[in-house]
Design a protein around this ligand. Structure first.
Ligand SMILES: *Cc1c(COP(=O)(O)O)cnc(C)c1O
Length: 353
């Protein structure tokens, strides 16, 4: 506890990201990275950018990238905000749009960064319990609030809320912002981006870290009506005018334009997921229905922490959340390549005996 720290630093509880091990021989299934590389066009665009113009500051408004994102979603550039990873986009969203007198609402089991932002920005929040099947019940959110946020599919469960249910929520909740964090939507969900033109209170957040295989580049974005986007831009321009460097803008733009590579890799991940779930079910694992590039699973006879440690001894890293209690017997496992999934399955066969 340093005497030099601001009061806020004593109070905050920082988010702890999944481990990025220094060892290279590990099968890394703990942070939901894409097992396939990014678009070759994105890699080439980044090389060109480094070679030609890295001396110069980037476009502070990231116009080209926002145009490419808008085009992909059938929206206008003015409806797009970009940031240095969707975590940064989310940070601005919490500060710019979710801090009000009434409490912000989010699920009791969800992305654990949300309460961290609340603490950082002094936002009053209440969690809403998922049902016994770890599903969201829209009716539980129909009460006075200063905003609503949840991932869809949810993290770390992978469960999807139908778009019709999101519409029902938006029809009923018109007086505060509803944020849908679609980090994993490309692996089996339907984006709420199609609703942005009809609901001025809707903000949809995406990342290029998962479905576009660019976690190392740090690019995320938000889609919403121009009024919401302006609020985010005001915060961004009071914080860092150049959140995205030239390499990030060039690579992300090309990645958004490479539809074939994107569809291919997402399809492969979904096919591997289906096979993996079948294998795990065969071992007696319960697997929640996943629309994401990870699965959330528990075994009625094997302790999750022990399983995680046994996998680690065999050089396979998965994520185990000890809190909240309700999910402490689950493991979150990223869907890797078919080869990685096969190695996971054979390790589990060995461990379970
Ligand atoms: C991975 C993830 C993010 C963060 O993505 P970045 O763009 O890499 O910062 C945001 N929300 C959820 C639910 C995620 O799982």
């Amino acid at each position: 506890m340093s005497q030099f720290w601001s009061a806020i630093v004593h109070d905050i509880t920082p988010y702890v990201p999944g481990e990025q091990p220094k060892l290279t021989n590990l099968i890394k299934l703990n942070t939901n990275e894409n097992p396939y590389g990014p678009s070759l066009r994105a890699l080439e665009a980044m090389r060109q950018e480094v070679a030609n113009s890295i001396r110069l500051y980037p476009d502070p408004a990231s116009d080209q990238l926002r145009e490419a994102i808008a085009h992909y979603h059938g929206l206008k550039m003015e409806q797009v905000f970009v940031g240095n990873g969707s975590d940064e986009v989310l940070a601005h969203v919490f500060q710019a749009l979710l801090k009000h007198d009434a409490p912000l609402l989010f699920p009791d089991i969800t992305y654990s960064f949300y309460p961290v932002y609340c603490k950082l920005y002094g936002i009053n929040y209440e969690t809403v319990a998922l049902d016994d099947n770890f599903e969201m019940r829209v009716d539980d959110y129909l009460r006075p609030n200063g905003g609503i946020i949840f991932p869809n599919p949810n993290a770390p469960t992978g469960c999807l809320l139908a778009l019709s249910e999101i519409e029902r929520l938006l029809d009923a909740n018109t007086q505060s912002v509803v944020v849908i964090d679609e980090a994993y939507v490309d692996f089996g969900g339907e984006s709420a981006a199609s609703l942005v033109d009809r609901y001025p209170q809707l903000l949809v957040v995406h990342t290029l870290s998962k479905s576009r295989s660019l976690a190392g580049l740090r690019v995320g974005y938000a889609l919403g009506n121009t009024d919401l986007i302006q609020a985010l831009t005001r915060v961004k321009d009071s914080f860092n005018s150049y959140p995205l460097g030239r390499v990030a803008q060039a690579g992300a733009t090309a990645a958004m334009q490479d539809q074939a590579h994107f569809e291919n890799t997402c399809r492969k991940v979904m096919q591997s997921r289906k096979k993996l779930v079948k294998e795990l079910n065969g071992f007696g694992f319960k697997v929640l229905p996943s629309a994401a590039n990870f699965i959330f699973t528990s075994h009625p006879e094997h302790d999750a922490a022990t399983l995680s440690a046994s996998l680690r001894e065999r050089n396979i890293v998965v994520r185990h959340f000890t809190k909240p209690e309700r999910i402490s017997q689950f493991l979150r496992i990223t869907v890797g390549t078919d080869v990685q999934c096969a190695m996971l399955v054979s390790a589990l066969r060995e461990i379970l005996g």
